[in-house]
Design a binder for this molecule. Sequence first.
Ligand SMILES: [Fe+2]
Length: 370
Amino acid sequence: MWSYNNPVKICFGAGALNELPRYLAKRRYALVTYSDEHFKPLAARVETLAGPPELVIDNVKPNPDFATVEQACEQWARANTATQVVVAVGGGSVIDSAKALAAADGDFSRVRRYLETKEESGELGRLPIIAVPTTAGTGSEVTMWATLWDTERGQKHSLSRAHLYPETAIVDPELTLRMPQSLTISTGLDALSHALESIWNRNINPVSVEFAIAAAHEVLATLPAVITDPRNLDLRTRMAQAALFAGLAFSNTKTALAHSISYPITLDYGVPHGIACSFSLPMVMRSAIGEDAVCDVTLQRIFGQDLHAGAERLDRFLTDLGVSVNPADHGVPATRWHRIVNDALAGERGQNFIARPEHVISTMDVHIPA
Ligand SMILES: [Fe+2]
């Protein structure tokens, strides 16, 4: 028995942003975006399309933390608006911040309490969200969770509840045309990681599998090409769709070991999320091979019959993009790396992984230089 559910309305294609007024339907909105110069014209375009927002929150930083979101909530409360919907225009950090703001509805202590006690007190906000991603990778536009960091305490939290599925995802590949190369690579690899992590996953289902295979194929074929031809709308469209499909896959399975490994590496070594959750993919893939028949067959549909050769191809794919598969090159010493993998296996996402822990440990020892 299996089930698949994703309630997000999707509007996809070049120029899709022009459809915002239709989805907004004259409701009063708060705009969440970045303050960078690059986003000013985009915010102005949203205003031209949809009228002035009730409120603009633009203090969003990569890896949104409690302090920044709390500050935004105070701004929200001071503005005392009658906001009916949150419009998020940006990357994963913006969309995740918008989810936290929608749940806080002006009072961050509600979110903090919920994250710390894990008890659904019924007091969290339920404002709808319209997500407009400007990167191709996060998948947050079709998931019901947001990653928030308590940097003071060195903790990563996942705010997860059905109300956080955006009401609508407007995916306009034209918005990704000016993404810098490093962001194109890290977000594209995040998408690949979402696709593969939904395959070596205990929550796999026949729908998520098809989205994941299509996404992985497309990222492997397209990401190197988009790096050499970044203004190519066709390639950007293919990457945007791959990232969306990866999102639709892992929205139902959650992630697995590579993401579990990534969190302390982002927190303690400052490695961007998309790199931290992808440099270990070949190692994680090797430890998955032979552990589960459905996983093997699915990976073969992406990498061909010989999965060990496929893992080597994945090694080359990453290194050709300038991403080392050696943790030491990301600043992680061997002793810490072993601890991170052990902790990751015990973590919630790590437990989604299909392989036996002892197989992971032995595979890692063979393939990771000391
Ligand atoms: Fe991710």
